[in-house]
Design a protein. Structure first.
Length: 302
């Protein structure tokens, strides 16, 4: 099923309202780790009844084959919708077309179209000579040749390369104008940043597609500080101070669930149509978070 349609037919219930919960995985580096993902991790994650699962794409297409294979296997083995990520980094137009042809041949219906980060060791993004400089270029290319349901990213606090957050939110609106059918946000930890961004897109730019918050229940101090630094997100001062009080990763993990529970409650009160959880191929935090929120699946969920 096309993910744009999933947001119109949500099946997860919370206090009488519906929404779509989705999970994000990254491709393991080895065949053995991939099999462990399918035999151990995914069966547990699927008990959370996600509407779909997205699979990330390594820099420069480094995980291309594995990304597409995992997305295909999720649909084939479990009957759960999947979405393959695709980036512009280090890839020509011809290579990207080959990836899309392969995804189409596998029967995949959904693509998350991203510019991608600069390769490791580079401080700025430089497109390939025959590549794409922006996600909007990639979206237009996909829309002109294929029938995928296309998603894209947006940044509640503004992308760190943008002159200001409002200009970056304008870029998000341009992605929708180019053909994106839904947008999933970068991680953030202040609900007001997300709400301000959505209000701008809805009322200033007349964006009407689903705008989905991306939620990261962090696992360690170093991890969340590294992730927020890399993507230009802010870690609230009170969260930063509290992190310094913990001496072990399990306490930090539990605190991450606590922080994200409060964040999601505020987002659900605002009326978001879904939650996209960056589960990092782990089960515990996603399971605890959804349990805290009281989310359950309707009887007709497959």
């Amino acid at each position: 099923m096309r993910i744009a349609e999933l947001y119109r037919q949500p099946k997860t219930f919370l206090a009488g309202r519906t929404l779509t919960v989705s999970l994000e995985l990254f491709p393991p580096k080895s065949d053995d780790a991939e099999e462990a993902l399918f035999h151990e991790t995914l069966p547990q994650l699927l008990t959370l009844r996600p509407g779909f699962i997205s699979v990330t794409y390594g820099a420069g297409g480094g995980t291309r084959e594995r990304t597409l294979r995992i997305a295909y296997r999720i649909r084939q083995q479990f009957g759960v919708e999947s979405m393959a990520h695709l980036t512009c980094t280090g890839q020509s137009r011809q290579t990207i077309a080959q990836v899309l042809d392969q995804a189409q041949a596998l029967g995949l219906e959904n693509i998350l179209a991203l510019r991608g980060d600069p390769p490791r060791g580079q401080t700025e993004f430089i497109p390939e000579p025959d590549g794409f400089a922006h996600a909007t270029d990639l979206i237009r290319f996909i829309r002109s040749r294929y029938s995928f349901s296309i998603g894209a990213a947006f940044y509640p606090e503004g992308h760190q390369e943008a002159p200001d957050k409002y200009r970056d939110w304008d870029f998000a609106a341009e992605k929708v104008a180019a053909g994106a059918e839904f947008l999933i946000s970068q991680l953030f930890y202040n609900s007001q940043d997300f709400i301000e961004c959505v209000e701008y897109l809805r009322h200033k730019r007349r964006v009407n597609v689903p705008l989905i918050p991306g939620v990261l229940p962090f696992l360690s101090k170093d991890q969340v500080r590294r992730f927020t630094r890399l993507c230009g997100a802010k870690l609230p001062d009170n969260v930063n101070r509290r992190l310094d009080e913990f001496s072990d990763d399990e306490s930090v993990r539990q605190y991450g669930v606590e922080v994200c529970t409060q964040l999601c409650l505020e987002l659900l009160d605002y009326g978001v149509p879904g939650l996209h959880i960056y589960c990092l191929n782990r089960v515990e935090s996603s399971r605890d978070l959804l349990a805290n929120l009281g989310l359950r699946c309707s009887r007709d969920c497959s």
